[in-house]
Design a protein around this ligand. Structure first.
Ligand code: KE4
Length: 426
């Protein structure tokens, strides 16, 4: 007897490619068919069959306050009742721009868009327009959304330019992107030695969340900063995931590195579609209508979405917000790691702020090659066993997980004891 999620998935596949509106939701890397969720409340989600789960995905990061936070819902309802969209400036857009520039010293100016992809796509075009250069450096395992210049995989040789990693991306566009190894400072220095005067920008996840969680090695981000400054290239911190997730100052505050441009998303929309890019005034003034770099959006700065973002950004400024979030996330990781150790399972875990990585590998991976050594079959087995026990983790071994302010000690404890049970019979 198929359950309602499975019935809906069957039906969804008739008119939606893969039955989903974003590929990772399809459970293809973990197997099985996806849960269709009916509602969320705080740390929990409930699927259409009435099964409840402690949620460690949080819509891939936005729900740092948990599901349906009353203040966020009320702000959305109040804004919606005044009209859903105007295609004209509104006061709340000024309020959120001022707040973002207050919270992030590197932001002199900021432009709102509707997704992280739009933010990074626009930031790259802006960096190219500002420098008059074409070349872009990204790092293998980092994901910055699905614009063409970023769907590129490493070329054949260590420093050869990229090839498309997706259908539909022109090879001669991919040729302008150089894909390097994350945490390899020597390789980055070599790339600048060879191409420095042609490099428009380096874009990086300052803490990677898209090959599972990988932390920056000591000196890696500083090397990037030094090289970009020396060669007049734009350093873009893609903080769509880390922004207000790893701390109130984002990753740039945590590591003390000032990027030239920052991209944001997820948390700044509180679950509604908001992205942003911003940075140094002399760069941002190149954006239309001030400058020659075009960028636009019908729903950019949408008042209902911005209302959710503003409500979220206000609540994360509460005293101890991040200290408590960090403590809960760390206790989840420590609990899972000790559960695995008790049963001799090759497992490691780490957290930075409110995001975490789980690895079926004895040590936390420090680069893409080490991530690829993780036992994904073991992860997939863990994923489904935890799902059956009522704990929803990211349906891929190559994604970070997220804890919210709504998770309490009891939630973390039940998750850890469920894992203990599973590892006991591993
Ligand atoms: P969106 O276009 O999905 O809003 O943002 C793209 C993006 C940009 N930069 C970073 C660092 C990101 O993590 C993302 C999106 N993250 C994925 C999770 N791995 C979103 C989930 C999905 O693709 O459905």
């Amino acid at each position: 007897m198929t359950n309602r999620s499975q019935q809906l998935f069957e039906r969804a596949q008739r008119h939606i490619p893969g039955g989903v509106n974003s590929p990772v939701r399809a459970f293809r890397s973990v197997g099985g068919s996806p849960c269709f969720f009916a509602s969320g409340n705080g740390a929990r989600v409930t699927d259409v069959d009435g099964n409840s789960y402690v949620d460690y995905v949080g819509s891939w990061g936005p729900l740092i306050l948990g599901h349906a936070h009353p203040a966020v819902v009320a702000a959305v309802q109040e804004a919606a009742a005044k009209g859903l969209s105007f295609g004209a400036p509104t006061e709340m857009e000024v309020e959120i721009a001022d707040l973002l520039c207050d919270l992030l010293p590197s932001l002199d100016m900021v432009r709102l868009v509707s997704s992280g992809t739009e933010a990074t796509m626009s930031a790259i075009r802006l960096a190219r327009g500002f420098t008059g250069r074409d070349l872009l450096i990204k790092f293998e395992g980092c994901y910055h959304g699905h614009s063409d210049s970023l769907l590129v995989k490493a070329g054949s040789g260590m420093l050869t330019f990229g090839n498309p990693s997706s259908g539909g991306v022109p090879a001669d566009l991919a040729q302008h992107t150089l894909v390097l190894d994350y945490n390899n400072s020597a390789q980055l220095e070599q790339a600048f030695a060879e191409h420095g005067s042609r490099i428009a920008a380096v874009i990086v996840e300052p803490v990677v969340g898209n090959m599972n969680l990988v932390a920056p090695a000591a000196g890696f981000l500083q090397t990037m900063r030094t090289l970009c400054t020396r060669h007049g290239s734009v350093l873009i911190f893609d903080e769509v995931m880390t922004g207000f997730r790893v701390g109130l100052g984002c990753a740039q505050g945590l590591y003390g590195i000032t990027p030239d441009l920052t991209t944001l998303g997820k948390v700044i929309g509180g679950g509604m579609p908001v992205g942003a890019f911003g940075g140094r005034r002399e760069i941002m003034e190149k954006i239309a209508p001030l400058g020659p770099v075009y960028q636009a959006g019908t729903l950019s700065g949408n008042p209902v979405a911005v209302a959710a973002g503003l409500a979220t950004l206000k609540l994360i400024q509460a005293p101890d917000f991040y200290a408590q979030l960090e403590q809960k996330t760390k206790s989840l990781c420590d609990g899972l790691a000790s559960a695995a150790e008790k049963s001799g399972v090759a497992f490691s875990a780490q957290s930075i702020g409110g995001m975490f990585g789980l690895y079926f590998r004895r040590q936390c991976p420090q680069n893409f090659a080490e991530v690829m050594e993780c036992d994904t079959a073991a992860f997939n087995r863990f994923f489904h066993a935890m799902l059956d026990a009522g704990h929803y983790f990211a349906p891929s071994a190559f994604e970070a997980g997220f804890v919210s302010a709504a998770h309490n000690k009891a939630d973390i404890a039940t998750t850890v004891s469920a894992a203990e049970e599973i590892f006991r019979t591993w």
